[in-house]
Design a protein around this ligand. Structure first.
Ligand code: FES
Length: 75
């Protein structure tokens, strides 16, 4: 599903960005251009970002050993 129509960003793009270390809307804006034009995607993108970070914390880096960032402990 497209999240940001202005920049052609999908949920999969956000998932990939989180896997590569993105952990904030600022990171998504810098890496993908999310919410950098009309801004209508910001709320949806933030919800997906939070969901992907939570997923990454639980499945990819359960001990908080993310290669680039330290996530807050959600568990
Ligand atoms: S839909 Fe994302 S900036 Fe317009």
């Amino acid at each position: 599903m497209y999240v940001c129509v202005c920049n052609g960003v999908t949920e999969r793009d956000i998932h990939q960005a989180v896997c590569e270390g993105a952990c904030s809307m600022r990171d998504l804006r810098q890496q993908l251009g999310v919410a950098s034009q009309c801004g209508r995607c910001a709320t949806c993108a933030k919800a997906i970002l939070d969901q992907e970070i939570q997923h990454a914390q639980v499945t990819l880096y359960p001990l908080g050993q993310h290669p680039q960032r330290n996530f807050k402990q959600a568990i």
